[in-house]
Design a protein around this ligand. Structure first.
Ligand SMILES: CC(C)(COP(=O)(O)OP(=O)(O)OC[C@H]1O[C@@H](n2cnc3c(N)ncnc32)[C@H](O)[C@@H]1OP(=O)(O)O)[C@@H](O)C(=O)NCCC(=O)NCCS
Length: 376
């Protein structure tokens, strides 16, 4: 194997992967100054020009020559914009790593590059499986991997390390016989405008209000699975976990926010969207900040959610067929939200809803079918 002559050129006519050259050193060095790049990868910090020289002129050629790692320069619109590499491969399983310059992100460059490289791993290197790893929170990388068909995502606490510090890591893989297409839904959380309020994605700055709402006595009473006491870290963890749940296709959660101040008034979500037996159902959950209760905001918020949930996926909705609400039979405020929104009481389970004092309430189940709404 001679470098660079024998490095195969891979192209889909938009993105071309080729051997690195000395001209790539400066743009690679500049790319590695990007704080996003430094946060999500293992590159040295501070990143010096000599690091780029060593990587491009020694590490990469040595990998090709030893048949232990395979790195390509990514060319897009006539310029070097990043690097993608395969490594390991022992026993037909190896890893992929990638990065692209900030100026071209969001144009589908890495999705194209990754598809080319995964095909190369299976078709030329004869691999059986490619592994993708990223630090938890790197949603741009996760989305690229999802688009190319990586699946079975798991989180490994402390599984990654960055400059001597352990970090939680996501791992997903794609196998030789798998389709290189997205598996499952990655929900985006739209803004839905209501009368005097809007449903919008939760954000970090909501944490204080989330904490107030969730440490409230009534919220704590009815939602007995919530941490108690409920602190600011619980609120932050909840907000982060909702982004993860949406990306994994599991749930969509909104902040109910005041139309003028945008302050959080409550939370409404639909979860259980990945049901193993039935992927057309969803369960609605909610809580309201104590200051915002009693104004029928939740009733209207659920009404907005219902329309969105029943809209087909092709039209930007959640493609649900059946929605559920569950609440304790003595939780009249909650049952009321379901009833005025046209839900039918279909279940009354005895002593099924645990309270914190060790007692149990009966648990009501309400459902609403898409056809109920169509019938009006
Ligand atoms: C990860 C990275 C390579 C993606 O490159 P890219 O060329 O922008 O990728 P693509 O344009 O093909 O796809 C990115 C997708 O992520 C989405 N995305 C970006 N940031 C996101 C975020 N914070 N949350 C959710 N999605 C996000 C984009 O909208 C796009 O999806 P879309 O096309 O459906 O809209 C680039 O962000 C990068 O170089 N990051 C720093 C290095 C890095 O993290 N490498 C991976 C280490 S595991």
């Amino acid at each position: 194997m001679r470098f660079p002559e024998d490095v195969p050129v891979l192209s889909d006519n938009v993105v071309t992967l080729r051997a690195h050259t000395a001209d790539d050193i400066d743009p690679a060095y500049r790319m590695c100054q990007d704080p996003v790049m430094q946060e999500w990868t293992t590159i040295p910090v501070p990143y010096l020009r000599e690091h780029a020289v060593g990587y491009l002129t020694e590490v990469i050629p040595a990998g090709w020559q030893a048949n232990t790692s395979w790195a390509w320069a990514i060319e897009y619109a006539g310029a070097y914009v990043g690097t993608i590499d395969l490594r390991d491969g022992v026993g037909g399983v190896g890893e992929v790593g990638f990065a692209v310059s900030p100026e071209v992100r969001g144009n589908g460059v890495m999705t194209r590059a990754l598809r080319l490289v995964v095909r190369y791993a299976f078709d030329v290197l004869d691999w059986k499986r490619v592994i993708w790893r990223a630090y938890v929170g790197n949603f741009a990388s996760r989305r690229v991997a999802w688009k190319v068909g990586f699946r079975g995502l798991v989180t490994i606490p402390g599984g990654g390390q960055s400059r001597g510090v352990r970090k939680d890591e996501w791992v997903a893989t794609v196998g030789r016989d798998d389709e290189l297409e997205p598996q499952g839904n990655w929900w985006t959380v739209p803004v839905l405008e209501g009368d005097g309020f809007r449903l919008r994605p939760l954000r970090e700055s909501d944490a204080q209000r989330v904490m107030e709402a969730c440490s409230d006595e009534r919220t704590q009473h009815w939602l007995s699975g919530m941490p108690s006491p409920y602190g600011l870290d619980d609120a932050k963890g909840f907000i982060d976990s909702r982004q993860d749940a949406a990306a994994g296709g599991e749930a969509v959660a909104w902040a109910i926010a005041d139309a003028e101040s945008d302050e959080l008034l409550g939370n409404v979500s639909v979860f259980g969207l990945n049901g193993r037996m039935d992927r057309t159902r969803g369960e609605i959950g909610y809580w309201m900040h104590p200051e915002a209760r009693g104004r029928k905001v939740m009733t209207s918020a659920v009404q907005l959610l219902i329309a969105f949930a029943f809209r087909p996926v092709e039209d930007g909705g959640l493609g649900r067929r059946r929605l559920l609400v569950r609440c304790a039979d003595v939780n009249t405020a909650s049952a009321h939200v379901a009833e005025v929104n046209g839900f039918t009481k279909v279940g009354d389970e005895r002593a099924a809803d645990p309270r914190r004092d060790g007692s149990y309430d009966n648990l009501l189940t309400y459902d609403l079918l898409a056809e109920d709404v169509l019938r009006g």
